[in-house]
Design a binder for this molecule. Structure first.
Ligand SMILES: Cc1ncc(COP(=O)(O)O)c(C=O)c1O
Length: 391
């Protein structure tokens, strides 16, 4: 065995191309260029004041030891109330597992559900880390190509069509990253029914819950107690760096998930949990609702601006903070397009290749995580760039 041997499973873990792009953008910034960042999935908003204050108070009160592996009971209580009041869903606090972000929740859920050589169905394009979580379990991430006809989402028909004997679970995200599209409540019910019929498991990633602009904002937890629901304080609550999320599990999985969480993480970050107790205060929710309205304004602004510039946006995104745009009019290589846009116009966006293989060369993702002034500046730069663009 060589001393520097890296496990063979690492061959299946691909990098985030957007991180390379971000590194290049930072280099350009160091050379004195002004870059507009529309590539990373976190808004420019600060964490609301009451949450920050609660964290400082917790540190001062020496709340810095481990909590239980599944998190503070009082935080579970608050989350359960939130589901009842805002989403009309009855969730028992004991079914809520507090995790290190949605990332920790996804890792826990997939690990307790999927055996080696089984497969998990997921949409392509989709959130890239999911394939890697599944591959780490020596299982198979089965990407299902989705397009405009299904709003870039899995449907109950597609699940039926792609289901195989070794399929253990289906993972959907609504709103989705990178497309911002949603699964309707009626369709979600049909997905739940088909997965139940197949005796499999359904995981619903609701990390962008709260950031829904026109359609009904619901939780799959309101439709079934057999679904694994993933959520996080990262996006709606603007707490990306606090590394805190949660997982709702069916009764039979509370104990195994607890056991695995003890081993993998010991506990979620204590200070972040105390901070998150203030995330559901009326005052904080008011701040967050204002931010949602601001994101909606940005969404409409950028959508109109991009369409005016000739980008094809086949499905209007109903949530999250992303626009998935077709750039075939300008190029047959969206990765090169992103690179050229960065170096020539100093606007950073994400190439489709980060989200899968399905028509990835045709698409790019814009994140409207900057204010209107910066979005206008980005549109002006893109307009100049396109007027001279030849690839
Ligand atoms: C769909 C989706 N799921 C999960 C995550 C992980 O988020 P976190 O671990 O910060 O909660 C992200 C982050 O961008 C995401 O877009």
């Amino acid at each position: 065995m060589k001393q520097n041997q890296i496990s063979s499973r690492m061959q299946n873990i691909s990098p985030f191309y957007v991180m390379d792009l971000l590194a290049q953008a930072k280099q350009l910034e160091m050379q004195g260029h002004n870059i507009i960042h529309l590539e990373v999935g976190e808004p420019d908003f600060a964490t609301p004041p009451l949450i920050k204050k609660a964290a400082i108070d917790a540190i001062n009160a020496d709340q810095t030891k481990y909590t239980g592996a599944t998190g503070l009971p009082e935080l579970k209580e608050k989350i359960a109330q939130y589901y009842l009041q805002r989403l009309n869903a009855i969730v028992k606090p004991e079914n809520i597992i507090i995790t290190p972000g949605a990332s920790g929740a996804l890792q826990l859920a997939l690990s307790v559900l999927v055996n080696p050589d089984q497969s998990v169905l997921m949409a392509d394009p989709g959130y890239p880390c999911n394939r890697h979580f599944v591959r780490l379990l020596n299982a198979c991430a089965r990407s299902v190509p989705v397009g405009t006809d299904t709003q870039y989402q899995l449907t109950h028909q597609l699940i039926e069509q792609y289901w195989q004997d070794n399929t253990a679970a289906v993972l959907v995200a609504s709103p989705s990253n990178p497309t911002g599209t949603l699964i309707s409540q009626g369709e979600m019910q049909k997905i739940i029914d088909v997965v139940k019929k197949k005796k499999g498991f359904l995981l619903v990633d609701e990390i962008y819950q709260g950031l829904v602009y026109e359609q009904l904002d619901f939780s799959a937890a309101a439709l079934s107690s057999h679904v694994f629901v993933i959520n996080s304080f990262s996006k709606f609550f603007t707490m990306t760096g606090w590394r805190l999320g949660w997982l709702i599990v069916p009764d039979a999985f509370i104990e195994p998930v607890d056991r695995l969480a003890q081993n993998l993480f010991l506990a979620p970050v204590t200070v972040s949990q105390y901070a998150a107790l203030s995330a559901f205060d009326e005052k904080t929710l008011e701040v967050l609702d204002v931010q949602r309205s601001e994101l909606n304004i940005r969404r409409n602004f950028l959508l109109t601006g991009l369409i005016d510039l000739g980008f094809d946006i086949h499905v209007k995104p109903g949530g999250a903070f992303y626009i998935y745009a077709d750039v075939t009019k300008f190029t047959d290589d969206s990765f090169k397009f992103c690179n050229d846009l960065l170096y020539q116009a100093h606007v950073a966006i994400t190439p489709g290749i980060d989200f899968g293989d399905n028509q990835a060369n045709r698409y790019v993702r814009f994140a409207y995580t900057q204010n209107l002034e910066k979005l206008q500046m980005a549109l002006d730069r893109i307009s100049d760039f396109l007027s001279n663009y030849s690839h």
